[in-house]
Design a protein around this ligand. Structure first.
Ligand code: ATP
Ligand code: ATP
Ligand code: CA
Length: 219
């Protein structure tokens, strides 16, 4: 489905959002106060324009209120970031995603009506730290404070060549295996008879502590 996106602020974060949306054939309006940033995206976005997004009249004339999604990716200038979020909210944008620089900023954004508040530097930093501590956890999603979904690489010979019945993840760890990836081949919702091989990537869901325990067994 084709939707309309406006990305305001074309730093590394906003630029990356524009590129992916454009690759996915979406309509993208890219806005920055800095002409060089805008020029870099001229061939990527549907439209790329130089404007100060803090100017309400400019956003009105661009009919920002008619966009399905607006992403406020202004970073260091927190005042501009907040003001722009407020203006696009008032102009009636139904879905607003704003980048926060810190927790206080995030609280303000939630209050003024940002639908999604994201912390790319904080979250990516956490991800890198987790990966350094648990290199066999390739990917994870915290479902809540206690439950995690994770992709774990099988590197321990104790697991290799055994079926899910033999490995007994449920009883031993409290984990449910939802997929086994073997090279390019993915078994979704595997059966008990499916066998795990060296370097397979298994997707599991269960208590966070159990995921960590499984990772420890791989070392
Ligand atoms: P990133 O981490 O994404 O690279 P950053 O967090 O360092 O970016 P900035 O570089 O401060 O954040 O801001 C991102 C972009 O937002 C910059 O290209 C900047 O020119 C643009 N920007 C700042 N203020 C405005 C504004 N009022 N209107 C439009 N664009 C703006
Ligand atoms: P972030 O996006 O993570 O907030 P940034 O991409 O905007 O950061 P900077 O603020 O330029 O990057 O740099 C990050 C940190 O690195 C800063 O705290 C800065 O003081 C520190 N730093 C920069 N140069 C050096 C240096 N030569 N030695 C040690 N620390 C440095
Ligand atoms: Ca930054």
């Amino acid at each position: 489905m084709k939707q309309n996106f406006a990305v305001i602020g074309l730093g590394r974060f906003g630029t990356s959002i524009c590129r992916v949306l454009a690759t996915e054939q979406q309509e993208v309006l890219a806005i920055d106060i800095n002409e060089d940033r805008v020029n870099d995206l001229a061939d990527v976005a549907t439209e790329a324009i130089v404007a100060d997004a803090q100017d309400e009249e400019t956003l009105r004339s661009l009919e920002i209120g008619k966009f399905d999604h607006v992403i406020v990716a202004i970073g260091k200038n927190i005042q501009a970031n907040i003001l722009v979020t407020l203006i696009v909210k008032e102009l009636g944008v139904p879905d607003i995603t704003t980048k926060a620089e810190n927790d206080t900023h995030a609280r303000v954004l939630a209050r003024i009506g940002a639908d999604q508040v994201v912390h790319p530097e904080r979250d990516m930093g956490a991800r890198v730290a987790h990966h350094l501590l648990s290199p066999n956890i390739l990917n994870y999603l915290a479902i809540n404070d206690d439950v995690t979904m994770a992709e774990v690489k099988i590197t321990s010979s104790a697991f290799v060549g055994k079926s899910l019945i033999e490995l007994n993840f449920h009883q031993r760890f409290g984990l449910t295996v939802i997929a086994i990836q073997h090279g390019d081949n993915v078994i979704v919702s595997p059966a008990g008879s499916d066998v795990v091989q060296l370097n397979d990537e298994i997707s599991v869901v269960g208590p966070t502590q159990a995921v960590e325990e499984l990772n420890d067994r791989m070392n």
